[in-house]
Structures are given as C-alpha cells and as structure tokens.
Design a protein around this ligand. Structure first.
Ligand SMILES: [Zn+2]
Ligand SMILES: [Zn+2]
Length: 437
C-alpha cells in the first residue's frame, strides 16, 4: 500500500520533507531547512545548531530511523529526490547517510556543488560524500519498484522541477515551488499539462502566496528597475538572491540600457561561471559584467579564479565611478562602503522578499540604520517566486486530482476553502502522520 508522511513544510513556508512509501521503496521528496521553526530556537551565525541530536529533539529534523549518517542502523531510505536547490528544500541533505543516493536536476546539482564550494561548512549544510545523480525534464527514474518523472517548472532559481511519482495506487504529484509569472512560465504549463494527463490520485501543492499576493511579473520588475535607474544620478546599490538568475538578467538589461556597468559580487560571479556550462540556461554575457573586489587579506582559490578571469572594480573605483555602476551588494557588506560615501542622489534597491526568503532572513532594523547613515532611500522591487492564488486555482482545476495536500504555506485551511469548489478533497496535512494514497 502506498503512503505519504509529511515531515516538513506543514503549516510553514519551507522545510519541505515528504516520505513516500510504496511496496519495497521509501523515497524522500526534498529535505529542507524549516527556517521559521528553526528561528524559534536559533539565530545563526552566533546561535547556530551544534548537533544533530539537538535538531532531532527540537523536531527540526524528522525522526526517521535509518536515515542519518549518525544512525547505527542500516539505511532505511532508498533515495532523496530534490525539486530545486533552495535551502528550504535541500539544506539538510548533509545529515542523510552517504549511501542514500540523491537525485536532482542538472542545474540544481551544479548549484549544490557551487554552494559547498563558496560557503564555509557548517553542521547543517554539506554535500561532501553525497552521491548526486542528475536528471533532466521528462526522464524516468526507477527507484525500487517505483518510477518517478521530474518535469521542469518556472521558479526563482534555475533547475526547478515538479515530480510525478507513479505508485502502485496511482500517481502522486508534488509541485515543489513554482510560479506562472516568470520568464519561463511555459515550463510550469508543461508540468500542469503532463500532470493532468496522468490523472493523479494525489496532488501535493505549494500554497505560499495565500496572503499578501500581488499581481506582477519579472517584466514589470524590469520596467520598474529601469525607471529608478534612469532617474537616479548617483550610485545604485542592489541586493537580490544570488541564485535568482532571472533577476540578475533584469538588472543586467537595465544597466545596459542606462549605460551603467553591472558589478556583481564574487559569489554571484562564481555561480555564473558554473552555470554557463549548462546549455539549458540563458545567461548574461559575463564579458560585460564586472566583479567587485572585496577587501580581504587572503582570497580563496575560487575567488582568485574569478578575479583573474573578470573585470574587477574595487571600492576606490566605486567611489570614482558612482554614476556609472549598479553595484550588487548584500547589506551585510555595507561596511565596505563606509569610505565610498555614496553621493547625493544614490539609492538602494532591495529586490528580494519573503521574510524567510529561501536563502536569507532580512534584518530590516539594521538595514534601515545603515541606509540612514549612508543617505540611501530604499526601494523594494520584487516579484514572488511563487504562484498567485488565481493561477493556483486554475492549476488545481486542470490537474483534477482526487486529493490535494497543501504544503509550504502558513494558511492551509484558507487554501482548502479557496479551492473547495474545484477539487474533490483537500487535506491540510499534519506533521508526522501517515496518509494512505
Ligand atoms: Zn520553498
Ligand atoms: Zn524555492
């Protein structure tokens, strides 16, 4: 008998982890960090988890016997299949036994390896020793007696997939994270079409944007950015997720239009260097982008490689060429600009959102103190990486699944009422409870 157990993403945005069991197969779908729950106990980097034991006792890691490297018993999981490389979906794979194979999209694997290259290892995130198998859209994966089919979707990171699991009781479909307003919205339509054709029993559906959704698109973001950049006379500092390649492309387009040079940071530059080998990803021409040379006593090997291969700009040059640059910088690096002294007419554009935005928690109070000091007005220009409610209703209708489990949302009951007339049964799942398919 096929069953589902939801260990994460239940009543919260992210931390997704779903165990699918069918005959001889036990498969994990995603294995992410539950940022919201974790913030009740921890505030990295100073108050960070120090042991797997603490995470298990706090129920931040699911208690699954035979799943963890630290566990004495043999492995009880056949595979972990990851939808995309945001930390709230993949961040805890380092705890899994090395013998459990990991499956993810081509670009997601590249990003995972990149993250392990550019971040200092913590007890929470590591891919060392992991067997990572790469897939592309439509490819069939056989795990035990179960077949899985990943289909590409549009999301705010390259290499995002929804997964169809063909169980003995019918198809179970998991959306991962998806949207329909990004530049690659057709991929989400491909996914929905394929899912509808397999008449799923179960649809496990992300429902992030149930409150405070807006109607917008990446194109609208680009137009707004263009207005601000065109009208600004000083330095423009921008902050956005380093893995959001679509946003990077929007900034690049605007910089080019307005005669400025987009100056990215070392980590972003390294990611682009890795991703440009993937023919499936539309990237920016690196030759026209500069990289900011951060002040450091010693550069890592990968940083040196980036600096050797790209046009570099240091803080003195930023100070001299303020009107000619769009400088991408996290506010955590603002100390670098204390000597730059942005001239009158400069501004800061925050182009990321969701408070537990897959990769960063934004500390608004400190951010505004820095902006006050530097004299930078703050624009917030962003579009969510997640599907809007009306579009989600359409998807639910088209898919026609018998049961829907809303996850990756703080409002599963709201979602259930919102789609009540377009689906047979909606079940807000409970954490750790086993549901039959
Ligand atoms: Zn997510
Ligand atoms: Zn995501």
């Amino acid at each position: 008998m096929a069953s589902l157990t939801f260990y994460g993403g239940v009543g919260e945005i992210g931390g997704n982890c779903i165990l699918v069991e069918d005959r001889d197969a036990r498969i994990l779908l995603d294995f992410g960090v539950p940022f919201a729950s974790r913030s009740r106990y921890y505030s990295p980097p100073y108050l960070s988890p120090r042991s797997i034991n603490a995470l298990l006792k706090l129920n931040l890691l699911p208690n699954i016997e035979g799943a963890y490297e630290s566990d004495k018993m043999g492995r009880s999981i056949d595979a972990a299949v990851l939808t995309h490389a945001h930390m709230d979906h993949v961040g805890y794979i380092g705890f899994l036994k090395d013998s459990i194979p990991i499956y993810c999209g081509e670009a997601a694997a590249t990003i995972l390896n990149y993250l392990s290259e550019v971040t200092h290892p913590t007890i929470e995130f590591s891919v060392e020793g992991k067997k990572i198998n790469r897939f592309r859209t439509g490819q069939r994966l056989k795990i035990g007696s179960v077949t899985l089919e990943p289909i590409h979707v549009d999301h705010s990171i390259p290499g995002a997939y929804g997964i169809i699991v063909y169980t003995s009781e019918g198809a179970v479909v998991y959306t991962g994270d998806l949207r329909r307003h990004g530049p690659l919205w057709r991929m989400t339509d491909d996914f929905v079409e394929r899912v509808a054709a397999c008449e799923p029993e179960v649809f496990i559906c992300e429902a992030t944007n149930m409150l405070g959704a807006t109607v917008s698109s990446e194109e609208e973001v680009l137009n707004k950015l263009n207005t601000i950049v065109k009208e600004s006379s000083g330095l423009i500092i921008a902050d956005f997720s380093k893995t959001d390649v679509d946003r990077l492309r929007s900034f690049y387009t605007v910089a080019e239009k307005c005669g400025r040079t987009l100056t990215i940071n070392l980590k972003q530059a390294r990611l682009l260097w890795h991703l440009q080998k993937d023919p499936g990803i539309r990237l920016t021409d690196l030759g026209k982008v500069a990289v900011y040379r951060k002040r450091k006593k010693r550069y890592e090997r990968w940083e040196q490689d980036v600096l050797n291969s790209m046009n570099c700009v240091d803080s003195e040059e930023v100070a001299r060429r303020q009107r000619e640059l769009i400088l991408v910088s996290s506010f955590y690096d603002f100390e670098e600009f204390i000597d730059v002294e942005p001239e009158a007419g400069s501004c800061f554009i925050l182009s990321a959102s969701e408070p537990f935005n897959e990769e960063m928690e934004i500390d608004f109070e400190r951010l505004s103190n820095w902006l006050n000091h530097l004299g930078l007005p703050h624009y917030h220009i962003h579009v969510s990486g997640h599907i809007m409610p009306t579009q989600l209703r359409e998807v639910v209708k088209k898919v026609g699944a018998k049961k829907i489990y809303p996850i990756h949302t703080e409002h599963p009951h709201l979602f259930s009422k919102y789609v009540a007339d377009v689906c047979e049964q909606t079940i807000p799942p409970e954490k750790g409870v086993k549901y039959s398919v």
